[in-house]
Design a binder for this molecule. Structure first.
Ligand code: F1P
Length: 296
């Protein structure tokens, strides 16, 4: 089995550990009412987006998310949360360093032997979810689970839903799809962007992602037979009916979008193998982007 296959499969157990880690570090996590910014790069940014939208939707305080390279340094927050599996991503380290002394920062990382521990004020150690594959799966969803647990969400049903997604069949028409567009509303949009990136990283294929209601504003024009439209969360906007005449296949599942993402991770691995690619060795990617000059 590939590394990524093993890492995808161990998500339910890692999510349960994340709940324990979060409850042991509750005082480090954002408190109700705080203005919070959440940052990351790549996959970690999309997890930041999902968490930010969830926290704000729950009325727990204004929560912004940014790609670390696009952070508005002139703003002030009550707390910064940085997500970085490697703990070495240049844009994250620079951002954490630059805000020092202004407001506190918590880093979620899988490697506490890296420079991120020197530039953050607090660290949530998720090393039990570290990965061998370059393409992130278990670390990303485990970081999101820890943050969701900090919002008071129960993790056991989420882990159970992931088990369902791990056992579900992967239809042939998904594996051979020529193109996939991922959609989601609210926090599920962050999941849609991550699903889209996962497919691109592992399979070098054409994917897109949009907020659900943006789909009718142009992107639907590429729906066609042999292509998929994958909706995370309930299709309350009735998009299925609009996609039907295009001949594209509309896919949605009742599970929590984070658990449904597990299906897409499995699909990414299966489609990569089908194309003769090694999903553990994505083209032009490295575990971490470390720049030899300042990012800003
Ligand atoms: C973030 C990241 C990954 C991406 C690639 C490069 O790393 O952008 O999402 O897949 O491997 O690094 P990190 O800051 O979470 O370590």
């Amino acid at each position: 089995m590939s590394f990524i296959g093993e890492e995808i499969a161990r998500q339910p157990q890692a999510w349960l550990k994340a709940a324990t880690a979060a409850s042991g570090s509750a005082d480090l996590l954002p408190r109700p009412g705080e203005r919070v910014a959440v940052v990351g790069c790549g996959t970690s940014w999309f997890m930041a987006e999902a968490y930010a939208a969830l926290r704000e939707a729950r009325g727990l305080g204004e929560t912004d998310h940014f790609a670390a390279s696009e952070f508005p340094h002139e703003r002030t927050y009550d707390r910064l949360v940085a997500i970085s599996r490697s703990g070495t991503t240049t844009e994250i380290l620079e951002l954490l360093d630059r805000r020092r002394g202004r407001y506190p920062a918590l880093a979620l990382t899988a490697d506490t032997s890296t420079p991120i521990v020197d530039v953050a004020d607090h660290v949530l150690d998720l090393s039990f979810a570290d990965e061998r594959s370059v393409v992130q799966t278990v670390f990303a969803t485990t970081a999101l689970t820890a943050l969701r647990a900090g919002l008071g969400e129960p993790v056991e049903p989420l882990a159970e839903a992931a088990r369902t997604a791990l056992d579900a069949p992967l239809p042939e028409e998904w594996v051979t799809a020529e193109q996939i567009t991922f959609l989601g509303r609210g926090w599920a949009h962050g999941i849609a962007r991550e699903a889209s990136l996962k497919m691109r990283e592992a399979t070098q294929s054409w994917t897109e992602s949009y907020p659900s209601l943006e789909y009718r504003h142009g992107p639907i024009s590429i729906a066609a037979p042999g292509r998929l439209v994958w909706h995370f969360g309930p299709d309350a906007a009735g998009l299925r009916a609009d996609v039907a005449p295009t001949g594209a296949l509309f896919v949605d599942h009742p599970e929590d979008p984070q658990a449904d993402l597990v299906r897409v991770q499995r699909l990414a691995e299966a489609a990569a193998v089908r194309k003769g690619l090694d999903p553990d060795r994505p083209r032009a990617l490295t575990r971490s982007v470390i720049l030899d000059r300042p990012a800003s």
